[in-house]
Design a protein around this ligand. Structure first.
Ligand code: CP3
Length: 342
């Protein structure tokens, strides 16, 4: 069953009989059944309701027949479990009770211990019973979490977080260490519930220079990846706009998630040239915009990506970022069926 899954085989560097496919944000607003279940309910409260989170996790698997069930939750959930004031506002995103900008703010923040995550373990356990594909655990990378914490909410270029790492490196180190610990605990809670693989969302790493990423962020992302690998769980490392960081992203990860701005063929060439890693497993990278372009253009785009993926040892098909909320779900179902047929 799950152990013979094409998704897990691909993560071992094998070429399964069919190319595995799943979508970031497959559980969410593109699905009418999701909108019905979530109506009138707060996002973070829904994430802390095991039965609800399990059901939402299973919805896209039933509908689309995807090869992995990414656990329905959010990168901000561990903050909530630790007792930090945070909310996810519809159409806005994560909003903190206050921004954490200086040494005393951050000192106060890191005094929060990771919370009990038994509801998360329970939710994954229930989800795993509902689906016949592996459940994929995930967490936010320290920089992506810190960007919300320091800014106090969503931001375009994460200016305050980037300023903090340079102006107060000791506070930054404390913050990033704490974020890594929270994300690792969140991952472990999902793995305890039966998740079989893990994706680290280093979403905003692309807003950093390579030097800053390597100095201020990579060591903390690596702590999470290494902590998960120590449990013999394969890891996927994904970020947006991370073309220049791909070889760094490959370090310590089983699979590199390629975003839609980077050509998959170029990404594979770069990774091969730098001798990393073996086997070379890549995930990506359909441009989410192509989902709205009609079957002819979408099929041609997907075929180009599948072709490019053949240069790696194995390839997991995914979008180069999340499913846009206005996506027609039938487009996704058809895409999965076509890829499985090919
Ligand atoms: O299906 C899945 O991918 C699994 C569940 C998942 C969610 N968020 C559900 C969600 C995952 C893996 C995430 C990760 C996440 N959350 C990231 C990293 C991925 C990325 O997008 O780069 C980030 C940055 C967040 C923070 C966050 N949470 C944002 C920016 C938003 C969108 C705000 C909005 O309304 O536009 C959320 C809310 C959120 N997380 C929703 C879902 C399904 C929408 C909530 C709703 O239905 O109102």
């Amino acid at each position: 069953m799950a152990d013979a899954s094409p998704f897990l085989q691909a993560l071992e560097g094998k070429r399964p009989a069919r190319t595995p496919v799943w979508f970031m944000r497959q559980a969410g607003r593109s699905l009418p059944e999701y909108r019905r279940l979530r109506a009138g309910k707060n996002m973070l409260d829904s994430c802390l309701n095991p039965e609800l989170a399990a059901e939402i996790t299973a919805q896209p698997v039933r509908r689309h027949g995807v090869d992995a069930a990414v656990f329905f939750s959010d990168i901000m959930v561990p903050l909530k479990l630790a007792g930090v004031a945070v909310d996810i506002k519809p159409g806005v995103g994560p909003v903190m009770g206050k921004p954490y900008r200086n040494a005393s703010d951050i000192w106060e923040l890191v005094s929060h211990a990771p919370g009990y995550a038994t509801v998360i373990t329970e939710a994954v356990r229930l989800a795993a019973k509902k689906v016949d594909v592996p459940v994929l655990a995930f967490a936010g990378a320290p920089f992506t979490l810190a960007a919300y914490l320091v800014e106090g909410g969503p931001s375009r270029d994460h200016l305050a977080a980037r300023a903090l790492m340079h102006s107060a490196p000791q506070s930054w180190r404390m913050l990033a260490t704490w974020c890594a610990e929270l994300s690792l605990q969140f991952a472990k809670a999902q793995i305890a519930g039966g998740a079989k693989a893990f994706q680290l969302f280093d979403s905003w790493a692309g807003s950093l220079s390579r030097g800053d990423y390597l100095r201020y962020c990579a060591p903390y992302s690596r702590k999470v990846l290494e902590g998960v690998r120590a449990l013999r769980i394969p890891t996927i490392h994904f970020g947006v706009g991370t073309g220049p960081l791909l070889t760094d992203f490959a370090e310590g990860a089983t699979c590199v998630g390629v975003d839609y701005r980077t050509d998959l063929a170029d990404a594979i060439t770069t990774l091969r040239k730098h001798g990393s890693p073996s086997p070379l497993v890549v995930q990506g990278n359909i441009d989410p915009a192509m989902l709205a372009c009609g079957p002819r253009l979408l099929d041609a785009h997907v075929d180009t990506i599948l072709d490019a993926g053949k240069a790696a040892d194995s390839h997991i098909l995914n979008l180069g970022h999340g499913v846009p909320r206005q996506t027609d779900p039938h487009v996704l179902t058809r895409l999965v069926q076509r890829v499985h047929r090919l």
